[in-house]
Design a protein around this ligand. Structure first.
Ligand SMILES: Nc1ncnc2c1ncn2[C@@H]1O[C@H](COP(=O)(O)OP(=O)(O)OP(=O)(O)O)[C@@H](O)[C@H]1O
Ligand SMILES: [Mg+2]
Length: 238
């Protein structure tokens, strides 16, 4: 099982949205996918239609027997988040033993909270790759280099992929930000993925309808982009 932490120090960069829609697109491409909600905000869980009390990622990390729940998408399974995730305090590695119990999944996407709390640090330490969604705005490189430096302190060699989200190609600020992202890639040692996910209202609406955009509006530009991202990731993540 390939473990991917979806992380950015900065908030609101479509981490949860990307876990939902990349997860759904990989599942549709016949991968068996597990998504884990590590954020007390539970955007991922609500975005996949979680309703009611289920065993959570907190139970899972604390050694409980948690059966990932099926979602409306075939092959896509969820371990939901818990409001109390914010309170988790520990010096022990909770992730390695918990993840080792999972069998049969091809990919596990972990949705980190913004900032660098215990669960994000542990997700970074225990993952095979990191995916960082970024928005192409003037301060993009500052935020990204902070995120990459935090990761590199713990994991000097882990592969890092950067995906441009809420992408608005016609704006001058986008072009300027992209130049910075391309120039900094070799130095900061990340891969700038070719696929971009456009700013697209269907993506935001789908979350409110608690289904992936690939199901909500499968012909929207957002759905097309997440399918293309899944294809690119499958190639890069071999
Ligand atoms: N491609 C898109 N087009 C339009 N809106 C988008 C797109 N991607 C994400 N959004 C919107 O951006 C907002 C932030 O997305 P999301 O919650 O996924 O970010 P996040 O990085 O997980 O945030 P946090 O750091 O709080 O966990 C949401 O309102 C979401 O609907
Ligand atoms: Mg989030």
């Amino acid at each position: 099982m390939l473990k991917v932490a979806v992380f950015n120090f900065k908030g609101g960069t479509a981490k949860s949205t990307t876990v939902i829609n990349l997860g759904a697109s990989l599942a549709t491409a016949k991968r068996k996918v597990l998504v884990i909600d590590l954020d007390g905000q539970r955007t991922l869980s609500f975005g996949l239609g979680l309703d009611g009390d289920m065993p959570t990622a907190l139970d899972f990390l604390q050694g409980g027997q948690v059966e990932p729940m099926a979602t409306k998408v075939n092959n896509l399974f969820l371990i939901p988040g818990a409001l109390e995730m914010f309170q988790l305090q520990t010096d022990q590695d909770l992730f390695t033993p918990a993840l080792a119990k999972l069998t049969g999944y091809d990919v596990c996407l972990m949705d980190c909270s913004p900032g660098l709390g215990i669960t994000s640090v542990q997700a970074i330490l225990s993952s095979d790759r990191i995916l960082i969604p970024v928005i192409c705005e003037p301060a993009v490189l500052k935020g990204l280099s902070e995120a990459v430096q935090l990761i590199r302190e713990e994991r000097p060699e882990v592969p890092i992929d950067v995906v441009r989200v809420r992408y608005r190609p016609r704006l001058l600020i986008t072009k300027e930000a992209e130049e910075l992202l391309t120039e900094a890639a070799p130095e900061l040692n990340y891969r700038l993925l070719k696929t971009t996910v456009p700013e697209n209202i269907a993506v935001a609406e789908a979350i409110a309808h608690a289904i992936p955009v690939t199901e909500y509006a499968s012909r929207s530009n957002g759905a097309k982009a997440y399918r293309a991202l899944a294809k690119e990731c499958q190639g890069v993540w071999q």
